[in-house]
Every structure is written in structure tokens, then in C-alpha cells.
Design a protein around this ligand. Sequence first.
Ligand code: C2E
Ligand code: MG
Ligand code: MG
Length: 788
Amino acid sequence: MSDYQPVLLLFIFMLPVLYMMDTSLVILRRNPTHIENRLASLTTALLALMIICQYIQQLLPMEHTLLISVYLVYPISLAAACLSVLLHFRVTSSFHRMSMALCSVLSFSPLSIYLLLLLFKGPSFYFIGIRVEGPWKQPDYVTGFFVVIVLFLFISICNIGLCLAARKRSTTVLLRKRYTVLFKANLYYHFATFFVLLLIAMLSSYIYIDVSFVGIASVIWSFSIRHFMKYDVLPSVKKKFELLYHLSPTAILMLDRHMLLKEANPGAVRLLGYQNEAELKNKALLDFIVEADRLNVKNDYVATFPLQKWRNYEVSIRNRGGKQRLILMDTERITEGEEGFVLAVIRDITQQKEEERLIHFLAHHDTLTNLPNRYHFTKELENSLLAVREKKSLLGVMLIDLDRFKLINDTLGHQYGDEALVEVAKRLLNSVSKSHLLARLGGDEFIILIKDASEYDEIVSLAENIHQIFQLPITLQGQDFYLGGSIGISVHPFDDDTPNGLIKRADIAMYNAKHSGGNQYRLYTDEMIALVQRDVRLEKNLRKALELGEFVLYYQPQVDLASGRLIGAEALIRWNSAELGMVQPGEFITLAEQTGLINEIGQWVIAEACEQGRLWQERGWNDFMLSVNVSSRQFMQPDFVNKVEETLRSSGLEPGRLCLEITESMVVNNLNVARKMLDELVALGIHIAIDDFGTGYSSLSVLRQLPIAIIKIDRSFIMDMNAYESGLSIVKTIVSMGHDLQKQVVAEGVETLDQLEQLKQLGCDKAQGYYYHKPLPLQEFNKLLIDR
Ligand code: C2E
Ligand code: MG
Ligand code: MG
């Protein structure tokens, strides 16, 4: 047994020593500069040292055992215990007002008592001899040893008392938790130590009790203190506040009664545009506050000092560089007494405010035109409706939809589409007064809120002004575009009294304006709803019409005015719908254009007309010309020319017998592309006619540039010819101008003999109209041919 005795002892003693040394280092490393960590670390290290002494005691010859106990083991363990009291005083320092010196004196009094007794009474006061039991040696105690026990008891009570008092006064859950843990650590440790010592003192003369139980108590201490560290008492709460103070982006200032800066954290130094705290010392915070607010802030401050308590006090400051910042200040008095100080916590909310403003702007505005958006408009409309209800005045909603906007987008690209929208927005803004609200609803739709109009005419005259701005072209890439605008108007209280209802009705009126050819304004009437409903039905059926073969062509004869002979016909489409009956083109062509169905329908018309033309060609009707209407969307297809060529070829109709009717508006907006396509069509041998001449944006220079063979004077001019003096002269001008340009002139809509005679006199070449014939179904037209 004696062979392995030193090894066994080493094992028994060194394991706790290692664990405690490690604990000591861990605590220190956690925060080396902090006094609490240092104390805890030292305490643990002393306990480890005590165990080492105990080990040495076991190894050395008998005569040293007593001396080691009395001069090393007990003083060291008492010193550790005293240090632990000091640690508790520190940890709980926020709850008592004792100075560090007083705490130290109190803490180390047990050790002093022990040492004094040792000095005056000698070691035999505690021990008289040595007792050996198996491999163990230990001093034999006498009654004086109870002094040591009482000292330890005193220390235990101190520590536990401090923990409990601090726990009771803790204001936060976290703090309470910490002191609970510390309390438990103490309880276990002191209980173990005290219990072992008591046993030793009382029973050592009867039975042997291993002194290394004290070592076990020390291990309990180390273990507890490690656990305790999880609750972060050692790197103390104060440390946290220090970190916060130094690292926080928030500016923290300490001010005196005159608002002079006494302390400033780095955040504050930065905010005010300085390099370090020293430069700021004793500067007046008022000097940073913008002049306009200065007096108010000063009065507020003086009035409330020292019971300073501002919450979210918003004020603008100007920093050293002259940059203006918006700040939010919270203040709180931090010291009592006459010379009070105020702690100010300042947040820079400049960017936040700017972002809020931007978000608000974005939520309420359209980014392209910077006009208010739909959301903002609806909100304003809601408010205005409330206001107007009391005043009993009128409120108008005017919805504007651009007519040919898509054309720009499709031919020039979205960038130019955007440019056009910005231009339109600018013009609209110039035509509305400040009291109105102009907004962009989205796409090519704008809307105006006419607040508080005293009479109907006010709304109508604004509509006229708006209509006028669309008569001027918009120049994009050197080209003039005539956009045209369809305007719908609804008026409160006549049409509706809800925001959505008013917008919806303005929309219906706008739809109506568009349906009637666009570029005009319409005031809402209840009958308009029927039109929308019919259009919905039309659209539903139109999609199937081609498949069902519901389209037919009618032919309106064209007559040579000089000879009176039938020299051709215009093919006009009709839709013989199973569900809706016979539908005129005026009702469905626009719809077909809007839905894109016009491409297929138009192609069908050309094919059908060519087929029919070939039959007449075979029958030997030699001098006839068949006219076919082409819509703008159909014409703008990139492969339009190819399609026509292919159709002509497969039908076998001579190109010279086909005339395609286009309108002015189709070409003015895209002159270069149109000219190229028309040239190609003419090169095939086809004739081109300008339909409804005079109603569009007639420009002589345009006419001259295009390879047009025929001008068709619009029916409205023929109608007006006898009604006004000027009516006749307009027709006369068109005829002579057409002839000057070497073009044939055809009169549309001739209904009376009078008109016919006058046209003959003016030298007009051809005519068509009800005077001769209405558009005829094929059979009737054929009969007419036979009669001829
Ligand atoms: P448009 O090309 O100007 O055709 C002449 C219109 O005037 C025809 O109306 C015709 O019936 C009408 N009309 C002719 N003479 C008289 C008259 O003496 N008095 C009156 N009051 N009206 C007369 P319709 O057939 O209703 O066609 C209307 C428009 O629909 C056409 O005007 C044309 O722009 C378009 N359209 C007709 N068929 C087609 C087609 O196949 N394709 C395309 N894209 N458009 C077509
Ligand atoms: Mg026509
Ligand atoms: Mg016409």
C-alpha cells in the first residue's frame, strides 16, 4: 500500500487543483481588467493553493504537518473566504453605499482575528498534535479551533446575507436570477465547508474524518462560480453600460443647468461633427440648435430643469460642418442636489424622416410624371366629396385616355412612350388650375378632380381646354404625333356620390367618347351604360364570329360622275351575328381594333373582296375597281404588304383593280414607315385612297409625299355643301387641290340630286352614296351588274 500511496494522493489532490486553476484562468480571461473578475479569480486560485498545501502536508514528515496547517492551510483558506466576502460586497455594490476601503476592512477582519490569535496565543491555541490514520495525517484540534469555525460561519452569513439583500432589491428578472445563483453557490459551498469543519472539530477525537472534504467544498465553489458566470455578473452590468455608451451609434450627452456639454460619447461627437470629446467640452448645446428653434428649446429647458424629462423631443440641429440634422431627444435628470445634470439620449432621424417622406411620396405619386397617383386621387376625392356635400357645390371627375398612345409605344419603343406621357402630363398640368387635382391613373390614363365648381359650364369649359391640348402634335424623334384624347366626365351630385361611382361613370363616358371615334369629350348619361353592356356582348361574340362565318361583305356602287357609269364598288363589312342580329361596322370595328381581332377580320375582308373581284374580272367587267378599307392596326402589321401580295396572287385578281382605303391619321403618326409600305403596295400595282379626307390632320405636305391616287371627301363635307356658304368652298378647294396634285377625287355620301349636280360642276371624278345605292348584299349587287 505504501508504494502507491504518493501516486494515489497526487491523484486525489491534483484533480481539484487543476480544475480550480482552470476556473481561475477562465474567470480572469473573461474580463481581465474587471475588479470582480480579478477577485473571483484570486479566490479560486487561493483555494487551489490551499489544497496544494494540504497535499504537501501529507508528503512531508510528521513534524511539519502542524506548522503547515496553522501557517498555510488555514490562513490561506480564510484569506480566500475573506476575498469572497469582498467579491460579494463588490457584486452587490449598487445596493449599499459602503466605500471599497470599508468593505475591505470588514471582509478581512476574520483573517486578522485568526492571525492575531496565532501571534499572541501560538499554534497550540488551535492544534495540539497530529493524528495519523492509514495514509492520512491531520492536526488534532482543541477547543480554540471553534474560533476558526465561528469565523467561517461569520463569512458564510455575510455572503449569503449580501446575496439575499441584493436579490430582494433587484429590479429586473435577470438581476434577480443572478443573485439567486450566487446565493445557491454560497449556500452549497459554505454548507459543505462548515459541515466538514464542524464534523472534524467535534468528532476528530473519536473517529477519523478526512480533511480533504474541505477540498471538495472548494471544488463546489469553483463549479458554482463557473455556473454563475453564465449569468454574467462578473463582467458586470456596468461594463455593459460602458460598452453601450462607447459603441452605440446613439448620441449620449451630459448637460448641466446651462445646457453646456459636460460629457459626450463617441456617437455624440460624431453627430456634432467633432473629432473628440475634449473639443466639445463646455460647448453650449443651444449653439447647435437651428436658430428658429433655439429660443423655444432654451425656454423649455429652463422651465423644466432640473426635473428634466423630455420624450421624443424633435428639433433640428446644425453640426460643425453646417449640415442640418433632425434629431429626437430623450432626457432624464441623473444626479440629485442643486448641481443637477441631465442625460440626453439623441437619435439622428434625418435619414429616417427623408425615407418616410420618400415612401409617402412614392405611395402617393407616379414616378414617371411625378403626378399624384390613383391612391392619392381616390383619397382626395373622398375628402372633397365630404367637403362638397356640405357646400352643395358641384364636383367633377374628368378621365382622359390617350387615343393613339399604343402606336408610339409599338413603333418607337417605351422610352418615347414615356416621353410622350411626360409631355402630356406637362400640358395637362398647365391647363388645370391650382384648385384642381391632376393625377395619373396608370398607363395612358389621366384623371382630373374638379373641386367645388359653382356651375356646370365651368367643368365643360375645362373639358374644352383639355380637348384643345390634344390638337397640337407631340414631337418625338423629329416626328409629329397626333395622339388625341378621349375625355369622359362625371359630376357629383347628378351622376353619383361615391368616389368609385364617379370614377366608374367618368370611365363609361370616356369609353363612349372613344367609341365615337375618340379625341372628344363626353358628359356621362345613364344611357351610356347600355353601350358598354352592348360592347361587352359584342366582344364576347366577336371572337367567334370569324369561325362561325358570320361576316359578309356588302358592296356600295361607285359611279363615274361624267358618264354616270358604274365603275366600281366599295366593299363594306357586315356582321350577321346569330345572337345580335345584323351589326354595322361602326359598332364593332373599333372594338376589333382594340382587341386586335381586326388583323384576322381585315385579312378575311381582303381575301373575300379579291375573290369576288376575280369573279367579276372573269365575267369581263373590265373597268371596275374594288375598294377595301384597311384599319390602322391592320396596316401597321410588319408583314401587311406580304399578306396583300400573297392574297392577290392566290386569288388571281389583277392588282390594278384593287384599291386600299387608308385614313390620314394612320399615316401622319408614322410617316416614314407608312411611306415605305405604301410605295411597296403601289409597286405591286395597287391603288391607294385616302378615306374620310378632311376629318383628320390634313396636311398638304403629307399628301404630296405619299403615293396616293385617290382622295375620298368625307361625307360630312358633302352634307354641309348646301347648308353653308363655306361648305361648298371647302369641297371646291379639296377637288381643285386634289386635281392639282394629280389625284382622283371621290365624293362620299351623296344623297341628293343637288349634291350630285354641284359635284359634277366642281369637276369631281366619282361619287358614291345613297342617292345611287346603299351598300348592297352580293346578290343584289350582281343583279345591278346584270341590269347594267
Ligand atoms: P367608310 O369607309 O367611310 O365607308 C362609308 C360609310 O358611309 C359606309 O358605312 C356607308 O354605308 C356609308 N355611306 C355611304 N353612302 C352614304 C350616304 O349617302 N349616306 C349615309 N348616311 N351614309 C353613307 P358603313 O358601311 O357603316 O361603314 C362605316 C365605316 O366602317 C367605314 O367608313 C369604314 O371606315 C369602316 N369599315 C367598313 N367596312 C370595313 C372593313 O372591311 N374594314 C375596315 N377596316 N373598316 C371598315
Ligand atoms: Mg371607306
Ligand atoms: Mg369614308
